[in-house]
Ligand binder design. Structure first.
Ligand SMILES: Nc1ncnc2c1ncn2[C@@H]1O[C@H](COP(=O)(O)OP(=O)(O)OP(=O)(O)O)[C@@H](O)[C@H]1O
Ligand SMILES: [Mg+2]
Length: 417
């Protein structure tokens, strides 16, 4: 079976069309050589896990390191119980090592240690037993919160001085946000700030979207495997609509080759891309759905609504603005302004914000048409006046997106025939 465009979780080269992940992280090997502890933060579904999992596997294969990607996700249910979180995390990390490393590189039994010290004890024992320097990538670090997050970060900082023999040689925390922006519910401030318990980090990396040429290269892999061509205009349109957001780039292509143009002898055109976009927006898969979910948060709406209405941002806390950028919903433009990250997100956001208003409006019967389907201007005006009397207040109270669309609408000039 040929490979396919992946839209469900991290990519692997055996199953999926994929671009070489390290090209988007050019400095990462230097950091590892320099025994650095660093952060990789980037929006959802951009390729964080794919990139560092692929890198870990390459590092181990090359024979100089024992490199593993583990996840902090199972610590999420225990924000105030570091001891319970540690037990869940260490059991899970052993499982990750089991499928990523050969038998001779598996971690030793982790020593018993008091709650609050188990991560440090385990990483210490693992680093000492490993026949090569240990490199650890901790994915989904944002899943840890409050006391558990602070405890984990403090244990890592405290072990840092004893690397590379007594603690991992290099380590990365992977998440949505930079470590200084992690929220904690204790200790005065609700943020860790610059004096964070992870102030040993030397660098915060992020991951960019694909360029237009990278989108073309990814789609060309499908052409090489199946003979089906993407016309240059189709690639351009796909890039315009997605701005290279990796999941969207794959999701569009999947609709194109698996639903819209299944005959491999037919080329994919820009018009096909337009249809694929409509389907994607209608389907609202998990990734898009989770973005839409964010629109329910008042601090996110406070950033998005004025932007869509073009009214300029009122004074909004810098952290809320940064959070909306970190989520990947909006981006800084080359001119230094803010814009919705790509046209597909924009369309989804506009539809979502307008939905309550659309849903509360009545089904309208076209009383302004004559029997033979022509426009009757008097009846149209009557119908509009009565509609406005009934619903005008509701529309003026609607979010700015809807309102600005209504107020910027100008009356068509027509003559009744
Ligand atoms: N190297 C790549 N080549 C092609 N597509 C990729 C690549 N990396 C990621 N993608 C696309 O991005 C999607 C998400 O990848 P991945 O799970 O690695 O991202 P993530 O940033 O870890 O996501 P999350 O924030 O949900 O953990 C994949 O399903 C695929 O569509
Ligand atoms: Mg991930």
């Amino acid at each position: 079976m040929s490979r396919w465009f992946n839209t469900a979780g991290p990519c692997n080269p055996a199953d999926h069309y994929m671009l070489p992940p390290e090209e988007r992280l050019p400095s990462v090997r230097d950091l590892i050589d320099r025994k650095a502890y660093f952060v990789l933060h980037a929006p959802r579904q951009i390729g964080k896990t794919t990139s560092l999992l692929t890198l870990a596997q390459a590092l181990t294969r090359e024979g100089r390191h024992v490199a593993v990607l583990v996840s902090a996700e199972v610590g999420a249910p225990f924000p105030d119980d570091p001891g319970a979180a540690e037990l869940a995390l260490l059991a899970e990390w052993r499982r990750f090592a089991a499928w990523q490393l050969p038998a001779e590189l598996q971690p030793p039994p982790f020593p018993d240690a008091p709650a609050g010290q188990r991560i440090a004890a385990a990483l210490g024992a693992w680093s000492q037993a490993a026949p090569r320097p240990l490199v650890l990538f901790v994915d989904e670090i944002d899943a840890l919160r409050d006391m558990t997050l602070v405890s984990a970060l403090r244990q890592i900082r405290s072990g840092y001085a004893s690397r590379p023999h007594g603690f991992p040689h290099a380590l990365a925390l992977i998440g949505l946000r930079d470590v200084r922006d992690y929220k904690v519910a204790s200790g005065g401030s609700d943020r860790l700030g610059t004096s964070s318990p992870f102030n040993i980090k030397v660098e915060s990396l992020t991951l960019r979207n694909f360029t237009r040429d990278e989108v073309a290269a990814l789609y060309a892999q499908h052409t090489a495997d199946t003979g089906q061509i993407f016309q240059p205009d189709a690639v351009n349109r796909a890039f315009e609509l997605t701005q290279g957001q990796p999941w969207l780039v794959n999701a569009l292509a999947r609709q194109l080759v698996e639903v819209i143009v299944t005959d491999r002898a037919l080329p994919i055109t820009a018009a096909d891309v337009e249809r694929a976009k409509e389907i994607l927006i209608e389907r609202q898969d998990t990734h898009l759905d989770s973005l839409v979910d964010r629109l329910r948060e008042p601090r996110i709406r406070a950033v998005i609504e004025p932007m869509l209405a073009g009214t300029g941002l009122p004074s909004i806390p810098a952290d809320d603005l940064r959070f909306t950028v970190d989520l990947g919903l909006v981006r800084m433009t080359a001119e230094g302004g803010l814009d919705v990250a790509n046209p597909i997100y924009r369309e989804i956001i506009v539809r979502e914000l307008a939905f309550p208003v659309r849903a509360s409006l009545p089904q309208i019967k076209a009383t302004w048409l004559t029997d033979d389907g022509r426009l009757d201007a008097d009846r149209l005006l009557d119908a509009f006046v009565s509609f406005w009397r009934q619903h005008g207040e509701l529309l003026l109270g609607a979010p700015p997106t809807t309102r600005s669309r209504l107020t910027s609408w100008s009356w068509p000039s027509f003559t009744a025939s």
